[in-house]
Write a new protein. Structure first.
Lengths: 271, 334
């Protein structure tokens, strides 16, 4: 067993995993039937590393992401976050710890952000919940966050519903960055966006990562998104990781049959 | 058994319109006076599709693509103020009333929407939903049609929508849309909610069905990559106006409008996947904030003062509305 130091973000800890999942098994029960959503899956994410999870609907990629985030208790196996066994903790301290250090970005900002709140309130919310800073400091922080995701300052008082999809995904990213997390988990962050706006958001994620030490777990069915954002990729199929390796290697030289199918299905411009 | 061996494809040309187009739209203008005042959210749109042809409407969200699809099916909400003409099989769709209008819409035009789960009745089995449509008259039987869309399993008929996968639901929607042998199929982002592997299969299915049944296809999408695999013709829209139209191959190899070039660059730089991805700066404004003149000008790297006057859409097989189009050597806006 690897001993993991609990100190946060020190440079000498370069390879210490943020997340480590060992031999996870998750079952879903429906109508007396048991569906195995994760079948003995192991994955680790190092400090500052960007990992992609690719696979089609039902392959278990979202289940794995949710299990890592302490939202689904596995029937077997263990998840450690910075060395702490998540499911050995009580739920409240578990959520408090993860909420402060791991953020989520969802596919569709229109359904994941409250349309009646202002942009400022959405971004400020995690700071308030985690009791970070004073009132004035939070206001400054919100302004800085909006700027860092390329949104004009006057949007702060606009209601969420008045923004376009691309702008909203920027707001979601600003909110995710608010607590200065060690990792962002992005579940299909650009699938609901137009191709042109998708490129803007992908650029932004890269830019945000370049300016701070941030690990990333990207869940997507689109190899182009995974290839652009991540260093390492896990290919999931039927609740198992069927291929795991560097993103470049998986893209250029896929070994598993399913990975090949996945790569061949990507639409490309036929001129 | 394929659909075409059972049924002779018919070519209806009742009314003897000016052309052989299945759908001919000319100078279509749509306003929503209560919501957007005097702004035309569709502004002078003209296009036509013949039997067996496929036309893609391309543009970002908020450019009026879906609205155009609704207008073509005569399904705009009553608050819409419509100008111009839409001829379907030679008859003016907006002059039809009551029973006649329903007959044309129901049997002549099939529609497939993006989100199959909300388009199907969640409480009804697939079989019952198919029978509802078939009762109105169809040359097929439900199981033949499910066969034709690649769902041979008899259990599908008994299943409820939530028990099917996204791809299966989309196939059911296509079956429903084709049940009454329409001359026009309108597909509004039919694969956007699907996985890439499933998406590829649905595109293949549409291609095969169109070759067999010879319907005209109006395909609405924001993804030029998909369009390039399916459609003969492309019409690029921005802010409710057509900015460029032409044969797909020409538009893709030699885009003239900076907006088309921007969409293409975004798509192909994602294919290549390194460095900073090409984007179109800014975003589509809501209709009340459309700039005057060329509606794209505030996002356009080629814009100059004269873009404040609206560019005229040229005529011919390759149409363009731009004061400062790219020359073929430019390659793109960046």
């Amino acid at each position: 067993m690897t001993a993991v130091d609990l100190t946060h973000g020190l440079d000498e800890q370069a390879d210490a995993p943020i997340f480590e999942a060992r031999d996870l098994v998750v079952d879903y029960h429906s109508r007396g039937q048991v569906n195995r959503a994760l079948n003995h899956v192991s994955l680790s994410i190092a400090e500052g590393e960007a990992v992609g999870l690719i696979g089609e609907s039902g392959s278990g990629k979202t289940t794995l992401a949710r299990t890592l985030l302490g939202l689904i208790r596995p029937v077997h196996g263990q998840v450690t976050f910075r060395g702490q066994d998540l499911y050995a903790m009580k739920s409240i301290p578990r959520y408090r710890m993860l909420g402060r250090d791991a953020s989520l970005v969802f596919q569709d900002p229109r359904s994941s952000l409250n349309p009646r709140l202002t942009v400022g309130a959405v971004v400020r919310d995690p700071l308030t919940v985690q009791r970070i800073g004073t009132r004035a400091e939070r206001t400054d922080r919100v302004a800085a966050l909006l700027e860092s995701v390329g949104l004009p300052a006057q949007l702060v008082s606009r209601p969420v519903r008045a923004l376009s999809g691309g702008q909203l995904q920027r707001v979601a990213l600003a909110r995710a960055l608010a607590v200065e997390p060690g990792i962002i988990v992005a579940d299909e962050p650009t699938s609901a966006l137009d191709v042109s706006v998708q490129a803007q958001i992908l650029n932004l994620i890269q830019q945000v990562r370049a300016s701070r030490r941030l690990a990333l777990l990207v869940v997507s069915h689109d190899i182009r998104v995974i290839r652009y954002l991540t260093d390492r990729t896990a290919v999931m199929y039927n609740g198992e990781i069927v291929e795991l390796g560097s993103t470049a290697r998986i893209h250029d030289d896929p070994q598993h049959e399913y990975t090949r199918t996945l790569l061949a299905s990507v639409p490309s411009l036929k001129r | 058994m394929t659909v075409s061996t059972r049924i002779q494809p018919h070519r209806v040309d009742d009314g003897g319109g000016a052309s052989t187009s299945t759908l001919a739209i000319s100078d279509l203008t749509v306003r929503f006076p209560k919501r957007y005042g005097d702004v035309a959210v569709l502004d002078g749109v003209g296009l036509s599709i013949g039997p067996g042809e496929s036309l893609a409407i391309v543009g970002e969200s908020g450019c009026g693509k879906s609205l155009l699809g609704l207008a073509a099916a005569n399904m705009l909400p009553p608050t819409a103020e419509v100008g111009g003409q839409i001829h379907f099989r030679g008859r003016d769709l907006y002059r039809l009333r009551g029973r006649e209008r329903r007959a044309v819409r129901g049997a002549g035009i099939g529609i497939v929407y993006q989100d199959a789960l909300t388009s199907l009745n969640p409480g009804m089995s697939i079989g019952a939903q198919l029978r509802q449509v078939f009762r109105l008259g169809s040359p097929y039987t439900p199981s033949d049609l499910l066969d034709a869309v690649g769902l041979p399993d008899a259990r599908i008929l008994k299943a409820k929508p939530y028990q099917l996968s996204g791809g299966q639901r989309q196939r059911v929607l296509i079956a429903l849309a084709l049940a009454r042998e329409p001359d026009l199929l309108i597909a509004d982002e039919p694969t956007t909610a699907l996985d890439v592997t499933v998406e590829a299969k649905i595109i293949e299915l549409l291609q095969r069905l169109q070759a067999e049944l010879d319907f005209a296809l109006l395909f609405i999408s924001h993804d030029l990559a998909i369009v390039s695999q399916l459609c003969h013709q492309v019409a690029v829209m921005y802010g409710g106006q057509l900015v460029e139209t032409g044969p797909t191959a020409e538009i893709l190899t030699n885009p003239r409008h900076p907006y088309t070039a921007g969409l293409l660059a975004a798509s192909s730089s994602l294919d290549e996947g390194h460095g900073t991805l090409a984007t179109i700066p800014g975003f589509v404004h809501p209709p009340t904030e459309f700039p005057s003149g060329c509606r794209f000008r505030d996002r356009c790297s080629h814009a100059q003062d004269d873009c404040a006057a609206r560019p005229v859409l040229t005529d011919g097989p390759r149409r363009l509305a731009c004061h400062h189009p790219l020359t073929s050597t430019d390659g793109g806006p960046r």
